[in-house]
Design a protein around this ligand. Structure first.
Ligand code: TYD
Ligand code: MG
Length: 460
């Protein structure tokens, strides 16, 4: 007897399992499993009886050293965007631009595509979320109405592909991939099966016709919307647009790029007339620093190829609670627990009965281990109530033994610090020879760090 098979597909990662459960076994997200009939993900009409096209004959091999010209890059003129893409958009490629709803993805891509269109590149913007009128009104507000962008409001993939094949644009924006649906599948629009099938079709279109296709994907932290994660491996580059909604800064970050470096960031400021580029992010992130206060340390970090200075703020306060609070914004809470444990075990600083708050100013998210020493400096400065000198920066990685380890690109970090008027640095000992207008005090261990900060409070 034929069984009617149903599978439960995770709407976040695309994994499937035969039974429903509250939590996806593949990615660990809660409440993301949705029932689908097993056939829903398979293309309609692709039954066993249908003859399959197979390639016959053998494949040819070529040398690695063969001549392949570098791809020509299409530049939007928005330097921050072009740099994150690895120097511009590459023909015959597919990109995913992900981010929280309302963060500014549509705005950024409309600005980029308008820049390209003004240079004579043929561009198409397909909106599945907003009507043509809404996009036009936005373009008018942003002063882009005169750019020759082809605009369409449509969600049916077959119609979109037919339109694109007729128009043959160089750049295509699909806003967003979650609104697209193909009638080749029985699955409902917005499900992982649809997202995956549409992304595959559009990627194939890009490779076949030489167009550059940019897919917009909404990401939510609770995985409520079919996840662009299933799309990540299909496309050539994945860019994430992030930022705190309450801050006006937005950061475009490349997490995968087949045509350029990853971890490159572009910094933007959301204003009344759309997104403005921020050419000097350090100045922006350090803007508004007042008198030196305890608990603040300036971290000389690297974001991709660029040095970026940010202020790390810590507050260590007596806790009224049985279990003290540990609150982190912009950094990894596991890493904070490690730094606290090292400070406690190696320097005897007690954080047990105290609340610890850590904040990276400006809404930047830091992932570098080089921030360890800056975090430790901020924590110690707050715990001892000893402000760090206003003209000093801090960087270095801390190991569990309490030693401070060297980090990469110390010269670039110091140069950026010097450029912004800093004259001192607390850094790993190997950075002391790098003269860049900054006097480097080599810190060998966390005990050394605590001693130096204690000395500051005595001097006051
Ligand atoms: P949008 O690009 O629609 O976000 P997404 O496509 O990622 O969902 O951006 C929407 C937000 O940006 C909205 O909250 C309003 C704000 N915004 C501005 O502040 N200034 C502007 O000029 C524009 C166009 C949008
Ligand atoms: Mg949008």
């Amino acid at each position: 007897m034929a069984r009617t098979d149903t599978v439960f597909v995770c709407q976040s990662c695309g994994g499937f399992q035969p039974k429903w459960s509250g939590r996806c076994d593949s990615c660990g997200e809660w409440n993301t499993l949705m029932e689908e009939t097993a056939g829903a993900s398979a293309p309609l009409g692709s039954s066993a009886s249908a003859p399959k096209k197979t390639r016959r004959g053998k494949i040819d091999f070529v040398d690695l050293g063969g001549d392949s010209p570098d791809p020509t890059r299409l530049q939007s003129g928005i330097a921050e965007f072009d740099r994150v893409c690895g120097g511009g958009l590459v023909p015959a490629s597919a990109l995913l631009v992900g981010g929280d709803p309302g963060i500014g993805k549509s705005t950024l891509l409309l600005q980029a595509v308008a820049g390209l269109a003004r240079k004579g590149v043929t561009t198409a913007y397909v909106s599945g979320e907003e009507s043509a009128g809404q996009v036009r009104r936005r373009a008018k507000r942003l002063g882009l109405a005169d750019a020759p962008v082809q605009l369409a409001a449509e969600t049916a993939l077959t119609a979109i592909l037919d339109g694109l094949k007729a128009e043959k644009p160089d750049i295509v924006i699909i806003d967003s991939i979650q609104t697209m649906w193909t009638d080749q599948l029985a699955a409902a629009p917005g499900t992982v099966a649809q997202v995956r099938a549409c992304a595959q079709e559009l990627t194939r279109f890009a490779k076949k016709t030489g167009a550059c296709v940019l897919l917009v994907g909404h990401v939510t932290k609770d995985g409520q919307i079919a996840g662009p994660r299933v799309v990540e491996h299909m496309v050539d580059a994945v860019l994430y647009f992030e930022g705190e909604r309450s801050h006006q800064f937005r950061i475009l970050r490349a997490v995968k790029n087949r045509f350029g470096p990853t971890d490159e960031i572009g910094v933007f400021e959301m204003g009344d007339s759309g997104l403005q580029e921020v050419a000097n992010p350090s100045a922006l992130f350090l803007d508004g620093r007042g008198e030196p206060a305890s608990g603040a340390a300036v971290f000389a970090g690297m974001e991709g190829t660029r040095p970026v200075l940010t202020e790390i703020q810590a507050l260590v306060a007596q806790s009224p609670l049985g279990t003290p609070r540990r609150t982190v914004v912009g950094w990894d809470s596991g890493r904070l627990a490690m730094v606290l444990a090292v400070l406690e075990a190696r320097c005897g600083l007690a954080f047990g009965g105290r609340d610890v708050y850590l904040n990276v100013a400006g809404g930047l998210k830091i992932a570098e281990p080089a921030a360890d020493l800056a975090v430790a400096a901020a924590l110690v400065s707050s715990a001892l109530d000893a402000p760090l000198p206003a003209d000093s920066v801090v960087f270095g990685e801390i190991s569990l033994s309490g030693d401070v380890r060297p980090v990469g690109r110390a010269d670039a970090r110091l140069k950026e610090a010097a450029k912004l008027g800093f004259s001192k640095a607390l850094a790993p000992s190997n950075a002391t020879e790098l003269a860049a207008g900054v006097t480097v005090s080599g810190v060998s261990s966390v005990i050394d760090l605590v001693r130096r900060i204690e000395a500051l409070s005595v001097k006051e």
